[in-house]
Design a protein around this ligand. Sequence first.
Ligand code: NAD
Length: 367
Amino acid sequence: MAKKFNIAVIPGDGIGPEITSAAIEVLEAVTSRKGIELFTKELKAGGDAIDNYGIPLPQETIYAAKDSDAVLLGAVGGPKWDNIDPSLRPERALLGLRSGLGLYANLRPVKVFDELKSASPLKNPGQIDFVIVRELTGGIYFGKNGVYQSGDRLPDGTVKGKVAYDTESYSEGEINRILKIAFDLAMKRRKKLTLVDKANVLVSSRMWRTLASQMCFDYPEVEFNCLYIDNAVMQLINRPSSFDVIVTSNLFGDILSDEAGQIAGSIGMLPSASIGTPGTPGLYEPVHGSAPDIAGQNKANPLGTILSCAMMMRGLNEEEIASEIENAVKKTLESGLRTSDITFVGEGKNTTPVGTKEITKAVIDNL
Ligand code: NAD
């Protein structure tokens, strides 16, 4: 019997529909050659859902996403919905999808294609190819917080007044499950894992270190080391090519992954995956937003979304298909084709400016 995949597609807003349809075209082309049946179902979320249902994430979307093998998301949001009630903003759909699907790990690969090295702000970026594994559902963003009034005084006599606080808290269970994802990923790659924390100050970071050091015994082949976050942000600029897998908390991962995105040069090239318990559908999406300034103009770079589909296939244990998609993207860049965001980027090569449709066709031709 032919293998089948049910993919839930959430185009979202702005350039979302253009880039998701481009990525699905690529996915259909590559899977049909392998005799795999691909069923796609379009779902609404973000501004698209607000316009149709009055809420950013209809239950129907969550049910259908849960029922799929994997979810592909374009992007949500845009100026049209900027002034609505914050609890109804399009971006709420992302949080709802993450919690609805139980996604607790965000994987952000940063790979700089040789052809796009000059897009990196680094002088000599070298062979950059690492993945940041960020804890997604715990830590300070979800810890106890609040504001209270205090009549106490600081040592210099100043009255404290209002006090605002947030709490970084992690359980062993939360840490161990994401560490396992990171160690397993390192085993499939160059077998190097770096834990980024602030263990010289934070109790929760010390627990990350202890648990990671214990887990090392289960992965004797993995070369494990730790870096404080303040040092890690410097080392990522200094020696980006020395990293393989980086695992870290929600807050540090948020900051590091944006820094890493800059190293790669173009936001349109970066894929991501959010995953949870094995066997539940993962959410695959480019890291950029809905780019309303270029929506509907055939200008969007679909390669980050296409590379997200490669991650999706890898997540579904289709390593060969994942590599084929990645190689087709590489060949397309080698041929000099560039969307507007990477138009002038080329390593000593003549480049040809093209639109979303043309670059998608080239990727399919290069499969
Ligand atoms: P953005 O990533 O949408 O755009 C930033 C800049 O990069 C723009 O100039 C845009 O044209 C360009 N750009 C982005 N993706 C591109 C692509 N694939 N090809 C070519 N150029 C591309 O960020 P923003 O402008 O800050 O946000 C726009 C909207 O997207 C906001 O409503 C924001 O809340 C939302 N947003 C959504 C997500 C998501 O859905 N995951 C993430 C970030 C921002």
